[in-house]
Structure formats: structure tokens, C-alpha cells
Design a protein around this ligand. Structure first.
Ligand code: CA
Length: 236
């Protein structure tokens, strides 16, 4: 069964282009051009993924995302303007799984869609991959990350993280066994056009290690010298 995607974009030409490309890839597609109609459709429909433009008439994409996330966990990829760093950060904080900056190459969008669908399969058995955890939960041995509730626990003990620490941990957990460079982490955690130094990443890693590795005597976040950081799959 093909995945169902809702495309929310008010630029009619772009919406049509994306719709055709997605259909060509075999997805089922519906498009909406206004904020209110999009929110209603997202809430009522049974979508595997939503592509959500931020600048929309009536209701902007971030507001749609916030309202949607109160009701359901459909993964959302935001379409953002090139210089809207704050939109990206607030979008990820509000629960978007990824963002793509406009103008984008269609191949990049398709690749992000494939990753999002793989990482966030639907729960009703429609996906062939088994997913023992509830949607939006990442596990690393005794550590559980509940993304919709913005909550991390280790053996049931709550770990209090700032938004950026949470985002950093989430990015590493969603990419277990993949070494992420400081640049990649910086883009995910601080937004693409963040002008500061990549060593802010080392600072966040230090905070996370003191709250998790040191506090619970585990070795979770590994440094790969000259490359970046990785969390390896948990092994009993
Ligand atoms: Ca727009």
C-alpha cells in the first residue's frame, strides 16, 4: 500500500509540481493551499506524512503544527524560507521531524521523505516494519525519549534537558551507529544559518554527558576523533 502524503503549499505552481513528482514516485497525494483547510484535512485525514509550508494564508504552518501535535503524531516535514532560522528551530521544537529549505531540489525532498517515512512508520500495521515502541518514542537500553511529551527518563528517573540538549540527543538517537559531524549537529540543533562556532556542539555534548553518562554511569555518547559524535546501538 502506498504512503499517503498531504502537501500544504499555497504557491499553486510549486504545489502542483511537488504533487506530480510524489505521484510519480507512487505516493498518494492531496494538496491544500490555505491554513485552515490544511489543518482540518490533517486532523481528519489518515496521512503517513505531511509536507507543511510555513508561510500560508489564514493560519501559518507553525500554528498548524502546534495544533496538529495536540491531536496526533503524523510526521511533519516543514518547508521553510532560506533565512528563517527561528522558524526551523521553533518548528523542530514544536515536533516537526525535519525541514527542507526553499528552493529545494526535488531529489533532496524525496530523500527526506523516504527517511521520515522510514523513521516514523504508521502504527496500524500498514507498515511492514515492526515498531514495538509507541510512536514518537526512542529507546536506548534503559533510556526512553518520549518526543511528543518532551520527556527523557533513565530507568524511570526523569532527566531534565533544555530544548537544545533534547534536540541534540534526539538527533543522535535517530541516527544510532552513524557518526554525525559537528556541522550536521549544528544544523539540526541551532538551525542551518547559525553563525556561531561549531564548538557550541561540544558544549551541549558536555552538558548531555554530565546529565546522562556521568549521572547514570553509562557510556552513551562517543567521540569519534576528527569526525564528530555517535550513539551506538544499545547492546545488552
Ligand atoms: Ca507559502
Amino acid at each position: 500500500m502506498s504512503a499517503k502524503i498531504l502537501v500544504v503549499e499555497d504557491e499553486a505552481k510549486l504545489a502542483r509540481f511537488v504533487e506530480l513528482e510524489l505521484k510519480h514516485e507512487g505516493y498518494e497525494v492531496k494538496t491544500e493551499g490555505s491554513g485552515r483547510a490544511a489543518l482540518a484535512e490533517a486532523l481528519a485525514g489518515d496521512y503517513d506524512l505531511i509536507l507543511l509550508d510555513i508561510m500560508l494564508p489564514e493560519l501559518n504552518g507553525l500554528e498548524i503544527l502546534r495544533r496538529l501535535k495536540k491531536e496526533k503524531d503524523t510526521p511533519v516535514i516543514l518547508l521553510t524560507a532560506r533565512d528563517a532560522v527561528m522558524d526551523k528551530v521553533s518548528g523542530l521544537d514544536a515536533g516537526a521531524v525535519d525541514y527542507v529549505t526553499k528552493p529545494f531540489a526535488i531529489e533532496e525532498l524525496l530523500a527526506r521523505i523516504r527517511v521520515a517515512l522510514k523513521l516514523h512508520p504508521r502504527q496500524d500495521g500498514h507498515s511492514s516494519e515492526s515498531q514495538p515502541l509507541s510512536e514518537g518514542t526512542l529507546r536506548w537500553g534503559p533510556l526512553l525519549m518520549d518526543i511528543p511529551r518532551h520527556r527523557v527518563t533513565m530507568n524511570g528517573h526523569e532527566i531534565s534537558l533544555t530544548n537544545r540538549e533534547f534536540l541534540m540527543l534526539r538527533t543522535l538517537l535517530e541516527n544510532t551507529d552513524i557518526v554525525l559531524s559537528r556541522d550536521t549537529l549544528l544544523e539540526k540543533v541551532c538551525g542551518y544559518e547559525y553563525a556561531g562556532e561549531t564548538n557550541v556542539i561540544d558544549v551541549y555534548i558536555r552538558y548531555l554527558r554530565s546529565k546522562i553518562d556521568d549521572a547514570f554511569s553509562v557510556r552513551m555518547i562517543r567521540t569519534v576523533r576528527g569526525v564528530g559524535y555517535v550513539i551506538n546501538r544499545w547492546e545488552e
